[in-house]
Write a protein that binds this ligand. Sequence first.
Ligand SMILES: [Zn+2]
Length: 270
Amino acid sequence: MAREEGVRFCYGRRTAAWGALAGTALLAQYLPSTAALGQWGPAETLPLGLCRWRGPAQLPRVALTFDDGPDPRSTPRVLDALDRLDVRATFFLVGARARAHPELVEEVARRGHEVASHGDRHVSHLLRPPWCVRQDLERARATLAGLGCDPSWYRPPYGHVTGATLVAARAAGLATVLWSAWGREWTSSSPHEVAARVVRRLRPGAIVLLHDGEAFGPPGMSKVVLGALPLVADALDRAGLEPVTLSGVCAARPLGKVHSDVPPAIGAPR
Ligand SMILES: [Zn+2]
């Protein structure tokens, strides 16, 4: 009888240990998926800079960022609009689309904008194993490097962050970035509404999420963005906020990369 009880006790302890291990692994993988909520909080980043929502508020600067390009239907028009407004921005490019339209990647960089990574295939990380996530980031990095770009920043598709996302981004030498203001242009056909959503949350250090590509949203989304851009630029001007690149806002040295701490002259590419 005593022996049976001993076996049951050992078995119970082993099951509890495996349960605790599995629970910890699940927590490490999926707790970061709440990171998107950080856009409504006051923090700039997760501890250790694992994921960023906004830049420092010391300088009156804001980063406009565009996801999902390059897209031949809309990226050139967004680039022209930014030129007309004399705004430099950051483009989170999708690796597979960059391979299909390399000339647009070069055009983005040539016009003084910052190139960042949005992964290779624009797939959510929530149900993907860590090695697939890592492969996706690596492939995008290699594509952009082959086109002469050396991104510092990574934004996961749909803002879905997992533990594997954070580890893979670190391994690829990229800092994970979400946003602190967004236009949610996929939900509205009104440029005024989209601009108002962004403007409400403009403050020093803000990181604004917009889209220059339509591949993963409803058709016509970029038209709404094009209509909203002058309204946002006007609001920035009135608030005394300068739109610069993400590295310009964060003045960061993500993961050992060197960025100048000296603010460039007004109007210079940054
Ligand atoms: Zn996207």
